[in-house]
Design a protein around this ligand. Structure first.
Ligand code: PLP
Length: 397
């Protein structure tokens, strides 16, 4: 078999396609899920409350609210803070659409800022330059799981009386200067989407100060004064009050069943992620056509992504072709992200031009996210590294 596969200079192509980021679910998740299905409560209830409590304890958060997505958490943070029409919110262009779409949802104006060249996180100096009298909040994204420069951003937020919201979709678990992301009084939104470091299929968590999170909790379920679980339990009353026109953003106990068990496995997931990162770093560090991701002092990243940068001057192919070559070698990859200002909605609405965010644009041209997830064995990681080095060898200028 596979005699038709190319074998060059000892390089042997992987037989099976390696997906970019499949989840790792086991027997524990199945049993917890069955337990929930066989119980009398499958929507928001005891499992969701347990997941919230265990999550809050894990990231050392004052309070946690389980939701149906990270996007819901970001949206609720803005609504709870009363941010709306006429307000400006500063965020990064190097992010997923959700971080910015939610600012549009509350009819505020997203003000984009460029990123630092090494981490691709918001550049605090550019954020400071973008602050206007209308600025109400900052949305800092911990790109790839490497925390943004929180010290500088928090100081700026305090000085200019801005709310700092953290998009921690990639940053579970991650540490900045000895403290865990999610452990602060800022609103922090996590994602349990299928590709993230742990998953509930779809899901999210909003952490932050207890009173802020409890206000968000009311808004997460129609603005009702009391959750259904409380109403339908024995001794519960049918009566409730709608205090605000809220949303339908609650997590279900079915999702929480996965979350409870995934969270318990997260430490072991991270051990594998770090092993894969170490293997990639060792394989690529001395290759001048490649740049490995940075990790600043005092940081423990979540390694949600391994973003390799191509030194395009050293190659005869561009990033898109590099990705095709890896796909030909049965390696799935992705790109994080197409900068927000390059998407048609934002380009047309705000008139962005090429060159407006030069650091993000230059990075976008040459980034490739390699597979890094706990379901990968080290042999898979080796296949990835060998495939990358084979593409470099074939297309070196
Ligand atoms: C995945 C992601 C989100 C959205 O998470 P959902 O749970 O799918 O809503 C937000 N921001 C970033 C940076 C992401 O990668």
């Amino acid at each position: 078999m596979n005699t038709a596969l190319p074998v060059r200079d000892g390089y042997r192509r992987r037989h099976e396609f390696l997906g970019f980021s499949p989840p790792l679910l086991g027997e524990e998740e199945c049993l917890e899920m069955l337990d929930t299905l066989r119980s009398d409560w499958i929507s928001t209830g005891p499992k969701t409350r347990l997941f919230e409590a265990e999550f809050a304890r894990y990231v050392d958060a004052p309070r946690a609210l389980a939701l149906n997505s990270c996007t819901a958490g970001l949206h609720l943070a803005l609504v709870t803070a009363g941010i709306g029409a006429g307000d400006e919110v500063i965020t990064t262009t190097m992010t997923f659409a959700a971080s910015v779409n939610v600012i549009e949802h509350v009819r505020a104006r997203p003000v984009l800022a460029d990123v630092e060249d090494d981490t691709l996180n918001l550049d605090p100096r550019l954020v400071e330059a973008a602050v206007s009298p209308r600025t109400r909040a900052l949305v800092a994204v911990h790109y790839g799981g490497h925390p943004a420069e929180l010290g500088a951003l928090e100081a700026l937020a305090e000085q200019r009386r801005l709310l700092l919201i953290e998009d921690a979709a990639h940053a579970l678990p991650a540490w900045y200067d000895g403290r865990m992301i999610g452990g602060s009084a800022n609103p922090v939104a996590f994602s349990f989407y299928a590709t993230k470091n742990m998953t509930t299929g779809e899901g999210g968590m909003l952490t932050g100060a207890a009173d802020f999170v409890e206000e968000a909790r009311v808004l997460s379920l129609h603005g009702m004064s009391r959750a259904a679980w409380g109403r339908y339990a024995k001794g519960g009353s049918w009566r409730y009050d709608v205090a605000a026109p809220g949303f339908k953003y609650n997590m279900t106990d079915i999702q929480a069943s996965l979350g409870i068990q995934q969270l318990r496995k997260l430490e072991s997931f991270q051990v594998r992620r770090r092993e894969i990162v170490g293997l990639y770093d060792d394989a690529f560090r001395t290759e001048s056509a490649l740049e490995t991701p940075v990790c600043r002092p005092g940081i423990e990243p979540a390694w949600h992504l391994y973003v390799l940068r191509l030194n395009l001057d050293a190659l005869r192919i561009d990033r898109d072709r590099f990705i095709e070559e890896l796909a030909d070698r049965n390696i799935g990859t992705s790109v994080h992200f197409i900068p927000i200002h390059m998407h048609s909605y934002y380009r047309q609405k705000y008139g962005y031009q090429p060159g407006d965010f030069p650091v993000a644009e230059r990075a976008f041209e040459r980034i490739v996210s390699l597979p890094v997830y706990p379901r990968m064995g080290l042999a898979d990681a080796e296949d990835v590294a060998l495939a990358v080095l084979d593409v470099v060898r074939e297309y070196r200028r």
